[in-house]
Design a protein around this ligand. Structure first.
Ligand code: UD1
Ligand code: CA
Length: 455
């Protein structure tokens, strides 16, 4: 199968230095959505993307994120038909061609599968849509028998044509040999002086080729983006669609309108998500996890029955079952929190393993550390992991107790069952089962407070 994605248009109404197709929806460029959908349709597909405006920036994005595509350049935008002509050298004659748009990001795999089935046996299949207000779109012309006879653009339409509510979404599939032959015949003799891709439909009809149409399941699949207002509206539509899917899968959302999913989100039934949460990247959440309000969670895995309390920020973490995180916890990449561990308010954990049942409940920094099981880390504990040049490891063995306001100057090790007295600055390893303390002896002296000078 050949796939062409048109993405040469300027997107003037975005008022942006960023090319339109790179504007993100659910934090992924619109063009990325289309390419990812194609990859799900056929992992081996190598779409041809027609670039023009903002070509360098789009090419750069493709090089970094989708190297397995080809690119055709449309130096001057002379219409959708002209754009497809630029892609012709990349198309194989023995397969059909599917035409998509970089600014119509939410087309779904199932719709494309159905459209390709419809285009089998050498026919032209057009995705259409019934709209209450079809203004601005190309209209589908049909004979009295209901056969498609052509498409008329708004600017070329008669008042009667404008009454037609079935519109052209622009998405179509057809035999490639025919596409070449039709494109060689179209002329820019219309109101906009452009080569219209839509004119191939009239040519196919004249040649007696059967033309089939279908409509998508969801309206958002064929919505194009021309302005930031349209992009923002489509974002809300998409988020609400994702929320509905989650509800259907058995996830409780305290408010489906106040949830944002920006990536691959997988959750098991009976997960509860309070309002205002944002999920980014690859997320996996096991059953009965409870996520409090206003959490930001990215690229993380959360085990069953764990509680994430309000305002926690979690990135690149793996959290076991029955753990309690937050409120106001920060887990950074490489944080591995084992079963039943507690990470409390204003505790930051980076690149560290926290063992089963261990607790760091208040105001701590734990970086580059390996913490055993049942360890208690007191308030204000800091692993001094960075000497200004290199990072060093802290090891805290099982059942250790770290008193409040301790600095662990890495590299350093705290033995099994060791107790570290509050306020200790630990610069040497602490032996097992002993109390280690580094603190100036307490003393009391006679003392008079300074008095305010008389003027
Ligand atoms: C097109 C269709 C119209 C349909 C509508 C759906 C034609 C002639 N008309 O109209 O029937 O109802 O889409 O939204 O096809 N592009 C290029 N190069 C060009 C011109 C356009 O790459 O020279 C790209 C644009 O970037 C855009 C897409 O093609 O992604 C559609 O172009 P646009 O100008 O928006 O088409 P419409 O006039 O809206
Ligand atoms: Ca236009």
């Amino acid at each position: 199968m050949n796939i062409v994605i048109l993405a040469a248009g300027q997107g003037k109404r975005m008022n942006s230095a960023l090319p339109k197709v790179l504007h993100p929806l659910a934090s992924k460029p619109m063009l990325g959505h289309v390419i990812d959908t194609i990859k799900r349709l056929d992992p081996n597909a190598k779409p041809c993307i027609v670039l023009g405006h903002g070509q360098a920036a789009v090419q750069d994005y493709l090089d970094k994120n989708h190297p397995n595509v080809s690119v055709a350049i449309q130096a001057e935008q002379k219409g959708t038909g002209h754009a497809v002509m630029q892609a012709l050298p990349h198309l194989m004659d023995d397969a059909s061609t599917l035409i998509l748009y970089g600014d119509v990001p939410l087309i779904q795999v199932n719709t494309l599968k159905d459209l390709l089935l419809l285009a089998q046996d050498e026919t032209l299949a057009v995705l259409t849509q019934e709209l209450p207000n079809p203004t601005g779109y190309g209209r589908i012309l049909r004979s009295l028998e209901g056969e498609v006879t052509g498409i008329i653009e708004e600017k070329d339409a008669s008042p009667e044509d404008k009454q037609i509510r079935e519109i052209n979404t622009g998405i179509l599939a057809c035999p490639t040999k025919d596409l070449r032959q039709w494109l060689s015949q179209i002329q820019p003799n219309n109101a906009q002086g452009e080569y219209y891709l839509t004119d191939i439909v009239g040519l196919a009809a004249q040649q007696g080729l059967p033309i089939r149409t279908m409509m998508p399941e969801f309206h958002f699949e064929v919505e194009g983006v021309n302005s930031r207002a349209q992009l923002a509206a489509l974002e809300r539509t998409w988020q609400s669609h994702l929320a509905t899917q989650l509800l259907n899968q058995g996830i409780t959302l305290l408010d489906p309108q106040r949830l944002d999913i920006r990536g691959n989100f997988q959750a098991s039934p009976d997960v509860v998500i309070d309002v205002g949460c944002i999920f980014e990247g690859d997320i996996e959440i096991a059953s009965n996890v409870h996520i409090g309000p206003y959490c930001v969670i990215k690229d993380s895995k959360i085990g069953a029955n764990t509680q994430i309390k309000a305002f926690s920020h979690i990135e690149g973490a793996i959290i076991g079952e029955h753990a309690v995180i937050g409120p106001y916890a920060r887990l950074r990449p490489g944080a591995v929190i084992d079963e039943a561990a507690h990470i409390g308010n204003f505790v930051e954990v980076k690149n560290s393993h926290i063992g089963v049942g261990s607790k760091a409940n208040h105001l701590s920094y734990i970086g580059d550390a390996t913490v055993g099981s049942r360890v208690n880390i007191g308030a204000g504990t800091i692993t001094c992991n960075y000497d200004g040049v290199n990072k060093h490891q802290t090891i805290i063995e099982d059942d250790a107790f770290i008193g409040s306001d301790t600095q662990l100057v890495a590299p350093v090790r705290v033995g099994k069952g060791a107790t570290i007295g509050a306020g200790t600055t630990l610069t040497k390893d602490a032996p097992e089962n002993k109390l280690t303390i580094s603190r100036a002896k307490q003393l009391s002296v006679e003392w008079k407070r300074p008095q305010k000078n008389k003027k």
